[in-house]
Design a protein around this ligand. Structure first.
Ligand code: KG4
Ligand code: ZN
Length: 335
């Protein structure tokens, strides 16, 4: 079974082909990605209208590239999976309309998917993937959630952010420091040169006893700290280090609490913030002590991509999910 996956929920256009064998083993055959980051940078954030128009321009060339990479033809595709939501309405519409239109022309069914399901399953693309069940820490620009994942389609929400997502906290504080867009990776880079403990920001809800998060207060704390100060290079790095440590501390503490609470031995970290090196360092160190395994997607599959959508579609179908008849388009921007 050959599944074509299409991702267009925000500022990355991703197209991929995933083949699922009859024995349940799958292979990512080809994938192509275009990031719009450079285009949005001068505006300091994603401009939805520009994002939609760029998805329109990129989808067909990326599809051609993904097919050429693995020597397959469109006629060999059995189903088309795509991100139905959540995300920017116009951007989602491009992927959904493209997928439903192409599926109609080919006489093949579609599999509309939740974007986070793609992130959640993305570590299964690795050479040594986790096995169900596992606890997942989903940390992206729009979401921060802890889930119990018992199998494909069996997800239980254990905790989530009450306000800003972890990626949003990185991005917004980075913006306050004038680090440009997207701020997360830039802030993380500067933080590498910062002194641990030189600047300490609050760790909201660290001891709340539940698995929820709150990151919106961090912006105010950073704003209050930097206001009126002339920061030299080292001082800026120290602030970045303080921000990163506050976010990472809460994420690590809650993720390990979830593992303990559920009695599981495997933790999966997915979503853009999962690329953060300090988060990985700290989790790996704690995991050895707690005798648990931590799994991450390959770095290229941490942020948005088509491979995770093709994979999620193939896994859903392999698990017996019904594909949808091609045609009607229903996106879910706030899903
Ligand atoms: O999963 P993703 O690509 O898109 C969403 O679905 O939101 O995540 C993007 C988020 C952004 O907030 C970005 O700043 C953050 O992931 N991010 C990072 C790093 N790389 C990406 N945050 C901290 N450290 C990083 N190395
Ligand atoms: Zn994402």
């Amino acid at each position: 079974m050959l599944v074509l996956g299409i991702e267009s929920s925000c500022d990355e256009t991703g197209v991929a082909l995933y083949e699922m064998g009859s024995d349940g083993t799958g292979t990512l055959l080809g994938h192509a990605l275009h990031s719009q980051i450079a285009m949005h940078r001068e505006y300091g954030g994603v401009v939805p209208e520009l994002a939609s128009r760029d998805h329109i321009r990129r989808t067909v060339p990326l599809l051609r590239q993904a097919l050429a990479d693995c020597g397959r033809t469109l006629e060999q595709v059995d189903a088309i999976a795509y991100t139905q939501g959540p995300g920017l309405a116009g951007a989602l519409l491009v992927g959904a309309a493209f997928a439903e239109g192409l599926a109609t022309a080919l006489g093949k069914p579609t599999v509309p998917l939740h974007h986070l399901e793609g992130h959640l399953l993305s570590p299964l693309l690795s050479a040594s993937p986790p096995r169900f069940p596992f606890v997942a820490l989903l940390v992206s620009g729009g979401h921060t959630q802890i889930m119990r994942v018992s199998g494909v389609g069996q997800y239980e929400l254990l905790g989530e952010t009450l306000d800003d997502a972890a990626g949003e906290a990185f991005d917004k504080t980075a913006k306050l420091l004038g680090l440009g867009y997207p701020g997360g990776p830039a802030l993380a880079r500067l933080a590498e040169g910062g002194k641990p403990g030189a600047v300490v920001f609050p760790r909201p809800m660290l001891h709340s006893g539940d698995l929820d998060f709150s990151f919106s207060g961090l912006k105010t704390a950073v704003l209050t700290y930097v206001r009126g100060k002339e920061l030299d290079e080292q001082a800026r790095a120290d602030v970045c280090r303080g921000i990163q440590d506050a976010i990472v501390d809460v994420l690590v503490t809650k993720a390990l609490a979830a593992v303990k609470k559920t009695g599981m031995q495997q933790l999966v970290v997915a979503g853009g913030v999962g690329a953060n090196r300090e988060l990985r360092r700290r989790l790996n160190a704690k995991a050895v002590k707690a005798r648990i395994q931590v799994y991450y997607p390959e770095l290229e599959f941490c942020t948005d991509n088509g491979a995770m959508i093709a994979l999620a579609g193939a896994l859903r179908l392999a698990a017996g999910a019904q594909a949808k008849a091609a045609g009607p388009i229903a996106i879910r921007p706030r899903w």
